[in-house]
Design a protein around this ligand. Structure first.
Ligand SMILES: Nc1ncnc2c1ncn2[C@@H]1O[C@H](COP(=O)(O)OP(=O)(O)OP(=O)(O)O)[C@@H](O)[C@H]1O
Length: 378
């Protein structure tokens, strides 16, 4: 898929902006704090309805304004799309081809993106919450059903934890605990099985990509860490396990097992990268997973997603940039932000359109414009 036109109104530091994209590689260059990340963040938000760098939607609205709007014209293999997302203090409203969407979960998946940003290093290095979020966002883009089950699971989990806390004070309402637990279990089982299946597929694509990046010296492994350990993941067994844990959960005042506790490990040549990997290995492993995602999405949709590279390309060495270029060339529309074009491989620059951003004003430029920006960078 391909974004032809993007327009922003009162999004972050953009008052009004409209930009057309023609080539599949687009380099966005500007000094710090001009609006580069905000531009690609807007594409991510339009796709997923969530920002990759804040959970507070109000931060996306230009200071002192009431709403922000992101719109784009998109060409997909099978059709053209017009997407619009309005973010206001009252909430978010999405529409496609002029039709308002009642549920955001049904809107997600129209525009599919893969983002690789500095925060993605946390994917390997950070706590389990980063990896759970990664799985949920990625599976969610491909499956509204997953988003539905995840949403139900989160809602019921919150209710169950509140109830457990009440029961800790006064053990009287076990019947309600039965009801909530019985409702929770099918969603937990669906989420678990989907994540395990996703991770298996991602592992097989990652092995291929990582082998190529590392000259076949390294083998990457991804393993789902399931808090139910080796239990069979069917509703009956999981329900029984939750029941066996009633006393423990009441004492804790929270649900001790389930998808909200899970994680996945990333290993290189059998060694856990989270604990023992070098910075470089952690970065390569994150990149392999992101590139693998592109191929995984293609295998499901028969269509490539859009790739957003926020300030990460110049940090990759030549071999990794070449690998990246091979993955995206002529097929994946890619947006690359940077303050410094010198760190970007000439072969990538040759294939790209270059845009400059200065105080939220976007201009189409060329290599020389990009270099003159660098000269003014302090
Ligand atoms: N809601 C908002 N309203 C107005 N301005 C905002 C809002 N949110 C962020 N900004 C400002 O927008 C500017 C651009 O931020 P952005 O993160 O896009 O910069 P950038 O060009 O990616 O810079 P860097 O290279 O430092 O990452 C910053 O000055 C930031 O403070």
């Amino acid at each position: 898929m391909f974004i032809n036109r993007l327009s922003l109104k009162q999004f972050r530091n953009y008052q009004d902006a409209c930009v057309e994209f023609k080539k599949n590689i687009n380099i966005i260059i500007g000094n710090n704090a001009q609006g580069k990340t905000s531009l690609i963040e807007s594409i991510y938000v339009l796709s997923t309805t969530k920002s990759h760098r804040t959970s507070k939607d109000s931060q996306l609205i230009l200071f002192n304004e009431d709403f922000a709007r992101i719109e784009a014209d998109i060409t997909r293999e099978r059709d053209d799309l017009h997407l619009s997302l309005v973010i206001s203090k009252k909430g978010k409203k999405a529409s496609y081809n002029g039709i308002d969407q009642k549920k955001l979960s049904e809107y997600v998946g129209k525009l599919i993106v893969v983002m690789f940003a500095p925060e993605d290093l946390s994917l390997v290095k950070g706590g389990p919450q980063y990896r759970r979020r990664f799985m949920d966002m990625e599976i969610g883009q491909l499956s509204p059903t997953y988003l539905f089950h995840l949403g139900q699971y989160s809602k019921l989990l919150k209710q169950r934890n509140e109830l457990l806390k009440q029961l800790r004070m006064n053990r009287s309402n076990d019947l309600l605990l039965d009801v909530i637990t019985e409702q929770l279990v099918p969603h937990a089982v669906y989420v678990l099985n989907s994540r395990i299946e996703f991770l298996k597929k991602l592992e097989s694509f990652s092995k291929k990509v990582h082998g190529e990046i590392s000259n076949q010296l390294e083998e990457i492994g991804l393993d789902y860490i399931n808090s139910f350990k080796n239990l069979e993941l069917n509703e009956e067994t999981i329900l029984q396990k939750y029941k066996d844990l009633y006393d423990q959960d009441i004492q804790l005042g929270s649900t001790s097992l389930g998808p909200h506790r899970d994680d996945f490990s990333v290993s290189i040549n059998g060694v856990n990268t989270h604990q023992f990997g070098s910075q470089g290995q952690q970065r390569t492993a994150s990149l392999s997973m992101k590139l693998a995602e592109i191929e995984l999405i293609y295998s499901v949709l028969n269509e490539y997603p859009i790739l957003l590279l926020d300030d990460v390309l110049s940090e990759l060495d030549d071999a990794r940039q070449t690998q990246l270029l091979n993955t995206i060339k002529n097929k994946v529309q890619t947006f690359i932000t940077t303050t410094n074009i010198d760190g970007i491989d000439e072969n990538v620059i040759e294939l790209a359109d270059i845009f400059t951003i200065n105080n939220a004003k976007i201009r189409i430029g060329d290599k020389n414009d990009a270099r003159s920006i660098e000269n003014t960078t302090v």
